[in-house]
Design a protein around this ligand. Sequence first.
Ligand code: ADP
Ligand code: MG
Length: 278
Amino acid sequence: MAEIRIENLKYRYPHTKKLALDGITCKIKQGEFIGVIGRNGSGKSTFCQALTGLVPNFYRGAYGGKIFIDNIKVDTVGVEEICQKVGLVFQNPFNQVTGAKLTVYEEIAFGLENLGIPRDEMIRRVDEAMELLDIAKYKDRHPFDLSGGQMQRMAIASIIAMQPEVIILDEPTSQLDPQGSEEVFQAVQKLSKKGITIIMVEHKIEKIAAYSDRVILLDEGKLIDMDTPQKIFSKENLHEYGVEAPIFTKICKGLGIRNNKTLCYPVTLEEAKEVLAK
Ligand code: ADP
Ligand code: MG
């Protein structure tokens, strides 16, 4: 199971002057749910691409530092090798559907067919992935005949069937309604509890606060801070990075309600209630 180590990662896209990633150093534990936040252009998507090796192997440009996923140094191995360990989920579930398959079941099996996985193993993996993402009931539906949340869960199931150790999600709920977003967050949390390392870029700050074990705050390609949601969202100068605290944090701050031990403000309603009950 995968642990990630990043040492002084720097990256510049071809024909640009500014570093898109500027000296990022951090460690991510196996099974952690990491939320990534920061204003537009702060480097979140580039960070995701670096974790898959697409930066620099596909995008080229100037690259420095190291990313290890377990003992694999990401930029030195083929993208195929990384793909076995790391799954990438994009914003728009529509763009992730192959369009070649007539049912949800076949869609999820597609990647495995391409790998030449034996039939019994394939059936077992597809069933397990559908179960985990709670979409077994739609297995005979046409992939485009799903809601946004269901389609995104199908896309994640296709990745889960490949048995990755890390899943990276770049704004996976930005095209979804509140219910679809909640479905995706709950499904992803379940995967993290199973030991899969999760790195999720999101603007839905309330959800990031509720679901992340730790949050990475990026600005101008730099890692400004990496800590618990409580610590990150209690930062006094958060707005300087184009990020707002969750509504509960703002209310608690306004009312002076904070956790006496950590001195942080609550980030969810449940936490606010707990602090108030003491
Ligand atoms: P975010 O996902 O946080 O909005 P990005 O990682 O997309 O930020 O962008 C980080 C920086 O890299 C920005 O300055 C952006 O303009 C630049 N950038 C992103 N993609 C490319 C690209 N393909 N070529 C050149 N510059 C890029
Ligand atoms: Mg982005």
